[in-house]
Design a protein around this ligand. Structure first.
Ligand code: PSU
Ligand code: MN
Length: 303
């Protein structure tokens, strides 16, 4: 298995020295945000993680290897190239064996982080049960991964392009803890709240670190979702963003968008329809998650 992993110098040294490492995904760079904001954000997020005492490891598939930690040039390539596949669990083996470029989703990043022994992963939003899934069966592989792979995912909750209620039901069925970070309700990505109460709450990084340690000590396989609300100043007005999401969903349906294209299509549409405001919110919440994720990684590393 080791033959498929390749570490950047920074990450390699961090691991040798037992420093806390935070995984980052690359689909958010290649398919979740436009260029050049994607590359700029990726670099800033990495720096925030360093500033908070951990080492960032952005993960991607390059030249037949799982790369744990990307160079500046590689970040640029993933942000500004058309030929990068969106890589989820099903795609990993093909992309590695055929030596193609793959930007890892939450699911694939969890798999790769787990292979590298990284337990904490920061992103913006996870995939979930899509609205209308009762007929389309569009349920993100991210949820199955959370059910089976031992990585904690710090995100800003589930956005209302998804069916938030069904996403929570699915995670409950699979036994995935969803921890509200300083909140009793699930944040809805662009907004700090939703109508969905959570059963678990943590108000600091140490509490999260304790909980995931006990979970894995007990042999309870699978990840955890740490749902960290977008900062107040960056949150969007709920009725505004939800109205736009409704319109974008109608357009996705009218255009027959399906499969792996749904989430990137929706993110791009919503960005255009909000004249970039949703992108600003997305960038702010990822940075906010990076602060908390680094703190959790530091706390977990001391266990
Ligand atoms: N949500 C975002 N930005 C993203 C994604 C989700 O706000 O970039 C990406 C993540 O990589 C996530 C993936 O794992 O979309 C989910 O895709 P799908 O719904 O096709 O599983
Ligand atoms: Mn899907």
């Amino acid at each position: 298995m080791k033959q498929y992993l390749s570490y950047s110098k920074e990450v390699q040294e961090a691991m040798e020295q037992g420093k806390p490492v935070v995984a980052l995904e690359s689909t958010i760079i290649s398919h979740g945000m436009p260029y050049p904001q994607n590359v700029k954000t990726a670099r800033e997020v990495e720096q925030i993680i360093r500033d908070n005492g951990a080492v960032p490891a952005t993960i991607a598939i390059i030249d037949g290897k799982i790369k744990i930690g990307l160079s500046d040039e590689e970040l640029e390539m993933f942000g500004n190239s058309q030929g990068v596949a969106k890589a989820s669990r099903r795609d990993l083996a093909y992309l590695i064996s055929s030596k193609k470029l793959g930007a890892t989703t939450v699911a694939a990043t969890m798999i790769c982080a787990d292979l590298a022994g990284i337990r904490v992963f920061v992103t913006g939003g996870i995939g979930g049960v899509h609205r209308g899934a009762e007929t389309t069966m569009d349920i993100s592989a991210d949820l199955e991964e959370l059910a089976q792979t031992d990585v904690a995912v710090i995100c800003a909750g589930a956005k209302s392009i998804l069916d938030i209620g069904l996403t929570l039901e699915y995670l409950e069925t699979k036994g995935v803890p969803v921890i509200g970070y300083g909140t009793d309700v699930l944040p809805a990505f662009y907004t700090r709240t939703s109508e969905f109460p959570l059963n678990l709450r943590a108000d600091d990084a140490a509490t999260v670190a304790d909980m995931i340690k006990v979970k894995w000590d007990l042999g309870l396989k699978g990840g955890a979702v740490v749902a960290n609300p977008i900062p107040e100043a960056d949150a969007m007005e709920e009725s505004f963003i939800n109205g736009i999401i409704e319109e974008a969903l109608a357009e996705a349906n009218a255009n027959g968008i399906a499969g792996k294209d749904v989430t990137p299509f929706m993110l791009g549409k919503v960005k255009d329809m909000t004249e970039g405001k949703s992108l600003d919110a997305n960038i702010a919440l990822v940075k906010n998650n990076a602060v908390i994720g680094a703190q959790i990684a530091v706390a977990y590393n001391q266990k």
